[in-house]
Design a protein around this ligand. Structure first.
Ligand SMILES: [Zn+2]
Length: 253
């Protein structure tokens, strides 16, 4: 558990004792009462602890390693953990890790499933052991191919979900005078080879204003929309909108 996280300061492995992650150089990070650990590099509050002898920690770590390993999934930018928890619940014997820069989102994620390992961290410096992941998930979040390539095993895969042209167009049409279609980024990624691609397209019908507002708040548009445009949704009782996204599977190149 939590054993694939690495120390953001010295990059060494952790031992877990009583809800504290301690690295080989005795940097310590506590698992919060909410169920995540803060591994942001900028966080200087990590304390050094001298109680455990370094060599003892190292041997405990080596011992754990020999116990065999599970299939490991890392959800980068896991947000409120919708997919993270879903994977854990569908494949119980896999180790599921999630990172996100938002503490608030991770509090929700931890509530969804107590058996996923969550850390506050950025995708530009992923605090995960090199070559330790079988699958990296990257769903509607920023991509860092160097870091994904580093944390994946040589036969590991990256699964990326991207919005397609008409994703949420109905919603945008209700808000904006001139809604734009989404620009689709190239599927090509440095360090990776596309091995599969699937498009998922369907229409969603909302029949309550509450649901429409909830949908809106889940999108990045919520943060970018003027008050005047936001107000257009206030009394809307019905909305039909396209849901369109692509799922791309990559192998390490
Ligand atoms: Zn350390």
């Amino acid at each position: 558990m939590y054993s694939k996280f690495i120390c953001p300061i010295c990059k060494s492995n952790f031992n877990i004792n009583n809800k504290t992650l301690t690295c080989e150089n005795n940097h310590c990070y506590d698992i919060s009462k909410y169920g995540y650990v803060n591994l942001m590099r900028s966080q200087k509050s990590s304390k050094k602890r001298h109680g455990d002898d370094k060599l003892m920690l190292k041997s405990r770590h080596d011992l754990k390693r020999s116990g065999g390993e599970n299939f490991t999934v890392l959800d980068v930018g896991c947000g409120e953990g919708y997919y993270t928890a879903n994977i854990k619940q569908n494949i119980p014997n896999c180790d599921v890790y999630g990172i996100d820069i938002s503490k608030d989102a991770l509090i929700y994620a931890a509530k969804r499933d107590k058996n996923i390992y969550l850390a506050v961290a950025s995708c530009s410096e992923i605090p995960i052991e090199s070559g330790s992941c079988d699958v990296v998930l990257n769903i509607f979040s920023p991509t860092n191919t160097d870091e994904y390539s580093r944390v994946l095993r040589s036969d590991g895969i990256l699964i990326k979900a991207i919005p397609l042209e008409n994703h949420l167009f109905g919603l945008k049409n209700a808000i904006y005078d001139k809604p734009y279609k989404n620009k689709i980024d190239s599927r090509e990624l440095e360090n990776f080879i596309v091995s599969d691609f699937k498009e998922i397209k369907y229409t969603l019908n909302f029949t309550s204003n509450e649901d429409i507002i909830s949908l809106f708040k889940m999108t990045p548009y919520y943060y970018k929309t003027s008050r005047t445009d936001q107000a257009k949704l206030e009394n809307l009782a019905n909305l039909e909108t396209e849901i369109e996204f692509g799922i791309i599977v990559y192998q390490k190149g």
